[in-house]
Design a protein around this ligand. Structure first.
Ligand SMILES: O=C(O)C(=O)Cc1ccccc1
Length: 336
């Protein structure tokens, strides 16, 4: 089964087609160029600041997640920070699909940010003046009840980001934006209401993404992300899950996405505990490569949600794998 925008059969994951470094070009371009979902004042920019504490590096705002990821693929950026999922609204489809469509990219870091929203307007505007309000769809979803109470009868408008909505307010294109307090300040707006989220403490997960390169080292508390297209047969998803279960690998997220090929064909996007360098995780991924129609590895990186990976059963430990490998080698050598 072919997957749209993924390399076709015979080219399964995957022959990257990034621009090659030309002779004479410097080996390491500097400074590091980071792309992010902009404009200035987005939560994604705040996540970038959290991910990259070093002051050096260029930060380029992009109008969409797709544009930020395209910049990494084309070599215009070295890495991108994009929102991946939210504790209230679930995954960000543009990111989920953007990681899979096109040349391979890998997650090298995850960042969790508690997001708080304000209702921002041009100075002097009152609640009664507001006839339009805009924001990123995830922000609108997380503030729907408060907005309905504050602005009855006003239909929220989607914007490419919370800061783009704030900029649109400053430009007089809409009356109000749901955005970060810092975006309100950045665009000369004032807040008519703070903390307009329906659920306090909502957390958004952002990821730092780059072109495939040597993986971040194992820390002992890592996560691995991948997307698998299961075969179109009974029990295919169960088979996929079994490869994790038999090796005592805990999944931290799994969701289905349409492959956009035809109705009924889905890929499964998942995160599991562990690093691909862990023998049990490597073995599970190799098994998926055998049994699934396609597997895209999306990275192994340090776990950053403040939780600790569960202890692994002794029979799935690194030591058990190494001991079993040694035993098999002896059997094959006629030395058992
Ligand atoms: O629009 C932004 O500011 C973003 O960074 C995307 C987003 C939107 C809503 C919650 C978290 C992130």
């Amino acid at each position: 089964m072919a997957v749209p925008n993924l390399p076709g059969p015979g080219d399964r994951f995957s022959r990257p087609h990034y621009p090659r470094r030309m002779p004479g070009m410097p080996a390491t371009p500097s400074p590091t160029r980071f792309a992010y979902l902009g404009p200035e004042g987005t939560f994604t920019e705040a996540a970038l600041s959290r991910a990259i504490t070093a002051p050096e590096g260029r930060r380029d705002p992009h109008p969409s997640v797709a544009s930020a990821l395209a910049a990494v693929r084309s070599g215009d950026a070295d890495a991108a920070v994009v929102p991946l999922e939210n504790s209230v609204e679930g995954s960000v489809p543009a990111t989920m699909d953007g990681l899979v469509d096109g040349a391979p990219l890998v997650i090298t870091r995850e960042v969790f940010l508690e997001v708080a929203f304000v209702l921002a307007v041009r100075p002097g505007t009152t609640l009664a003046d507001i006839t339009s309000v805009a924001s990123h769809p995830h922000a609108l979803a997380q503030t729907a009840m408060r907005l309905a109470a504050l602005l009855p009868g006003v239909d929220p408008l989607p914007a490419t980001s919370t800061a783009a909505a704030a900029a649109a307010v400053a430009a007089g294109e809409v009356d109000a934006a749901v955005c970060a307090g810092i975006a309100a300040t950045r665009y000369g707006l004032q807040s008519l209401a703070d903390d307009v989220a329906d659920h306090a403490g909502a957390v958004t997960r952002f990821v730092l993404v780059s072109r495939p390169a040597p993986l971040p080292a194992r820390t002992g508390n890592d996560k691995t992300s991948l997307v698998a297209v299961v075969a179109d047969r009974t029990g295919a998803l169960l088979e996929l899950l079994e490869e994790f279960a038999v090796r005592d690998i805990s999944l931290t997220r799994i969701e289905s996405r349409p492959t956009r090929q035809r109705l009924g064909v889905y890929s499964f996007s998942l995160d599991c505990e562990g690093h691909v360098a862990d023998p049990r995780v490597g073995a599970a991924l190799a098994a998926l490569h055998r049994i699934c129609d396609d597997v895209r590895f999306l990275g192994s990186y340090p776990r950053a949600d403040g939780r600790q990976n569960r202890p692994v059963r002794p029979d799935s430990s690194d030591e058990a794998f190494a001991e079993a490998e040694g035993w098999l080698a002896r059997v094959r050598a006629g030395d058992a």
